[in-house]
Design a protein around this ligand. Sequence first.
Ligand code: ASP
Length: 295
Amino acid sequence: MIEQLLDRAQSYVRPIGAQPPASRLLAGRTVANLFTEPSTRTRVSFELAAKRLGADVVNLEVQLSSRVKGESMLDTVYTLQSLHVDVMVIRDAETGVPATVAANVAPHVSILSAGEAHVSHPTQGLLDALTVRQHKGRLDNLSISIVGDIRHSRVARSAYHVFSALGVPDLRIVAPPALMPEPGEFSGCSRHTTLESGLKDTDVVMMLRIQKERMAQAELPDADRYFANYGLTSERLSTARRDAIVMHPQPMNRGIEIASDVADGPSSAIRDQVRNGVAVRMAVLAEVMGSRGAP
Ligand code: ASP
């Protein structure tokens, strides 16, 4: 299924500057974006993906919605269901929200996760896999290094799932000890506490943001010290393979986890990731809704 979704997503990719794809596959359908955590790329790309498939889209501004008046998530969801919403795209800081909503909505309503707490960010995992596939062709002979705040990162967890499922043979997690996940997690990955061993001869360097919002103040690493030990500079990148690509889910903290010249340099695939985000979300929406009959 992952490979099918990636193939479908690839068919929606256009060069920047070209006309984006347009389809009527979801005409008459309504997609609601229900985000209770900040988002730039994921929200905008779900909206564009739905519109490019011909759906109507509503974006719920949670600060303005009744949730701040104490209305429960499920009451908000039932309201959307009464308004003929067919797909709800949910991002929430609490774990279990997409599953709870999915268990309670009417069977014709589909729920998509746009990021669940620190647990998962499935469409990010898919767009990361698509980006690697575009640059490297295949994944079953690669070394991929995921670097930074693995412990609190849903991006790292979904990357781990998708890259493991696609058979990446050398998957590494690279982090200071305090930002490593619990020992039972990320099984099969090698663990590295220095960039020297973590980046050596790797094909893909995936950098992560420190998830300040998921840490107590006292746990926060000092920014300068972090950059000195774990920041990706061009010098450090030179220890990876010559054709290694650099990825980052964004938002980036330039000068903390990544140097600006690397983020904007020739090895960077970061803007490709953003472009691929729309294509992947189109593929997921098409997969979920396209097989259903007319509304
Ligand atoms: N945008 C990604 C996420 O929502 C990565 C990040 O925020 O650091 O998880």
